[in-house]
Design a binder for this molecule. Structure first.
Ligand code: ADP
Ligand code: ADP
Ligand code: ZN
Length: 217
């Protein structure tokens, strides 16, 4: 099963991806997570990405496309993949069509998590993440079952992303809103687009996604 998860920043892509991989053995590929890891490790890629990410801008297409092309050749994608945060531009979508054709790993579906942009800034400012395993939480909507202890790994340290601070959030949302509609049209034209209502609680969103995946499997 080869998927794309689409949705504006804060729509719930990472949160739903965490739930999908528990049920389906596919590789979760988040370009944002890959860039953040590269930055933390101080690699060349991380240095290239940093100045863009710090401003809430997109990293240039060539850099991002190269990263995804390499990642889709890793063995764990043989059972399927789920792209999260890529593609974000039409150029990236076209590049992905070529890459998946060349690797013979065609897309099965694009799942769009649709949320009213007005609520996203508040969701993002309340997001916090487990330092150990990367699990995502929210001060308002989704805290660990035991306060201060990660549900997934038992870790006790959490952090807030620099680009979730109010100075960058608005810019990031604006950049993404403008690019989103043409991308949705691109996949609707190719009959691959499925939209779920992301304005419900986390489990209700997941139930809608499961229905789509069950019909495909
Ligand atoms: P969000 O959780 O807000 O959806 P991501 O974690 O996907 O954000 O991305 C964080 C940042 O990483 C983006 O603001 C951008 O700078 C960079 N990035 C991630 N994916 C891409 C992409 N497909 N193209 C260009 N830049 C990207
Ligand atoms: P994305 O990967 O699309 O940027 P996340 O999965 O990181 O989004 O979710 C953004 C924030 O909103 C996180 O703090 C997450 O816990 C929270 N969140 C995710 N889905 C929902 C939902 N359906 N209702 C309320 N909060 C949510
Ligand atoms: Zn954890």
């Amino acid at each position: 099963m080869n998927l794309i998860l689409m949705g504006l920043p804060g729509a719930g892509k990472g949160t739903q991806a965490e739930k999908i991989v528990v049920k389906y053995p596919i590789a979760h590929i988040s370009t944002g997570d890959m860039f953040r890891a590269a930055m933390a490790n101080g690699t060349e890629l991380g240095k290239q990405a940093k100045s863009y990410m710090d401003q809430g801008q997109l990293v240039p297409d060539e850099v991002t496309e190269g990263l995804v092309k390499e990642r889709l050749q890793e063995p764990d994608t043989e059972s399927g993949y789920m792209l999260d945060g890529f593609p974000r531009t039409i150029a990236q979508a076209e590049a992905l069509t070529d890459i998946t054709a060349e690797l013979n790993k065609p897309l099965d579906a694009v799942i769009n998590i649709d949320v009213d942009p007005k609520i996203l800034a508040d969701r993002l400012s309340a997001r916090y993440i487990c330092k150990t395993c990367g699990a995502t939480y929210n001060k308002l909507y989704h805290n660990p079952k035991v306060e201060g202890t990660c549900d997934r790994c038992g870790g006790h340290e959490f952090f807030q992303r620099d680009d979730d601070k109010p100075e960058t959030v608005q810019n990031r949302l604006q950049v993404n809103i403008e690019m989103n509609t043409p991308l949705l049209d691109f996949y609707a034209d190719r009959k691959l687009l499925y939209t779920v209502n992301g304005d419900q609680d986390i489990d209700a969103v997941f139930a809608e996604i499961e229905k789509i995946l069950a019909a495909m499997a």
